[in-house]
Design a binder for this molecule. Structure first.
Ligand code: HEC
Length: 101
């Protein structure tokens, strides 16, 4: 019995340690306004990736209202989401994977 519990626990920890799929997070929250390489309502990811760092991208996702002036926008219409650190990390990596594309 004890052994089975230990096995179940280790499987659960393997599953939760798995990296989130940035594409999936993007499709859930961002796809309505951003596309990977085409201009949509917001700028495309290849353009963002060419001019921003990982920290800048994450700061913008966390609080567009605090960042838009520094990014050169006159106003912001981007939705602010409540995302966890893993989701934000997966998103910024996904955006940066479009650098040069
Ligand atoms: C309601 C539409 C909308 C949604 C949803 C949205 N965005 Fe945006 N985003 C924009 C617009 C428009 C801009 C341009 C500036 C502004 O209005 O804030 C922008 C700007 C950005 C920027 C900064 C662009 C630059 O100049 O470098 C990043 C990074 C970004 N969005 C990432 C995301 C991510 C990641 C998501 C999903 C979690 C997301 N956005 C969801 C509309 C949206």
């Amino acid at each position: 019995m004890k052994k089975e519990i230990l096995i179940a626990l280790s499987i659960a920890s393997i599953l939760s340690a798995k990296d989130l799929d940035g594409k999936q997070v993007f499709e859930t929250y961002c796809w309505g306004c951003h596309h990977q390489t085409a201009v949509a309502f917001g700028p495309p990811f290849n353009e963002i990736a060419s001019k921003r760092t990982k920290d800048e991208i994450e700061a913008y996702i966390i609080e567009p209202k605090a960042m838009y002036k520094a990014f050169g926008y006159k106003r912001t219409v981007m939705t602010q989401f409540k995302l966890n650190n893993k989701e934000i990390d997966a998103l910024s990596k996904y955006i940066l994977s479009y650098k040069g594309k």
